[in-house]
Design a protein around this ligand. Sequence first.
Ligand SMILES: [Cu+2]
Length: 140
Amino acid sequence: MSQIAMRLLMLMLILMFALAACGGSASNSTAPKTVTLTMTEFQFQPAEITVNVGQPIKLVMNNNGTVLHDFVSEDAQVEVREEHGADHDMAERHTTMHTAVEAGQQSTLEFKATQPGTYTVYCTIAGHKEAGMVGKLIVK
Ligand SMILES: [Cu+2]
C-alpha cells in the first residue's frame, strides 16, 4: 500500500470515530430536556409544566417583565442538580425549588422529579401569586 493510500485510510478511520462520537452524544438519554418558561407581570407561560419521574429537566426561565420574579415550589418532590439564578433572600420559607430571575434576564434550574404528583409553583414576591403568578408542576 502506498504512503498516500495509508494516510487516506487513517483519515477515514478518524472521521468514522468522530462521527460515531457525535451520534453517541446526540442520542444520550441523560442529556436534560429543556423546558422554557416565560415570566411577566403577572404570569408564568406556560402555567403548567409536565415532566416524567427521573427525567433530567433543564428549566430555562426568561423574565420578560419589568421586576424580579421567582419560581418556587414548597411541595415538589425533586432533586435539584444545578441552579443559576439571581440572588434572592428567601428568609425562613421552606422551598424544594427556588430560582429568581431579574427583569430582562434568564436563569436556569436543572432538576429531576422523584415522585409523581401535581405540585404548586408560584412567585414569592409580595402580591404576585395573588395576581396570577401561580402554576403547576405535573409529574407523571
Ligand atoms: Cu413575580
